[in-house]
Design a protein around this ligand. Sequence first.
Ligand code: 13P
Ligand code: SF4
Length: 359
Amino acid sequence: MQVVTSSQVLGAAPVQPSPAALRHGVVPMPNLAWTPEVARETAPLYEKVKSIIPPIEWPFHAPYVKAINDLKKQRNAVILAHNYQTPEIYNCVADVVGDSLQLARIAGQSDADVIVQGGVHFMAETSKILSPDKTVLIPDSRAGCSLASSITGADVRALRRKYPGVPIVAYVNTSAEVKAEVDICCTSSNALKVVESLGADTVIMVPDRFLAANIARQTKVKIIAWHGACEVHERFTAEELLRYREDDPSIKLVAHPECPPEVVDVCDFSGSTAAMIDYVKTRQPKRVLLVTECSMADNVAAENPGVDFVRPCNLCPHMKRITLPKILDSLVYMREEVVVDPILAARARRSVERMIELK
Ligand code: 13P
Ligand code: SF4
């Protein structure tokens, strides 16, 4: 079987070497045939995903998995994949998987020459901000985020004028331009700690109004929130979750803090994607519903065969833009390179590093 790349499918004109390909070397597109060698080499990886990827689909994924893993060595590249990436990316080609905070920490420490971000654009930008000397690639630069696009640097400057002296915390789900304007960043795993570290009576949190509302209930600090929301998590409702609980009172409901507070209220636990995974791994509930993006249940299910996952499927269309063929194109053609103006990056780095340094 011969599998073709995304650019071949589209019948695109021959690709000119990108500036990054000229720096790192031009390599040919690997052979993508499904051969006995590919089957043999990828068999241990298939073991990890066989409960979620049917055998009939594996010959389509396996040639990409082998080609990507070979090219990573050749390019001295690492793939940093968010917990919402699809199972074949998460389990078969990622070097590091995690939540936003874990990926940011690794991006700053890795000694690879190239970072390929399995995630959305703000994550790749954060990697570039923390590793300005590395080549950072995003397989599809259209992978955005409804939170990141809900606020600009000019909006933050307007908030400063309206609330002089009030510190501003930006969720990492923001552009470099926004990070450059704020006092400190936070992620869903450290937002409370970040807010309380500022020693202020009032703090502005941008851009997620639900994360801000969920934090406001846990602290005496007065929170002023921007009006953004995650298009995936805002869709969950308390009513729908209560129906699952009516059907099975023993079910555990585990929510991401980007969900509305009334959704978090009916859940047993709320935390970052990494904290949600940890909850399942350590508690091993009989049945669980992860109130978050849909691929996470697949990824966690592969690692927890004894847990029954109930799956209402809310997909993040941005996360799903990243696919194995696009990751391979990224590594072959060294595109799409993430570029952040160095002066802006230096200002944004202060906000991200201030967060990372918080113990
Ligand atoms: P985490 O930092 O919890 O992984 O969340 C990132 C994100 O985009 C959730 O929608
Ligand atoms: Fe943004 Fe929501 Fe997608 Fe996360 S799940 S990347 S917050 S749109």
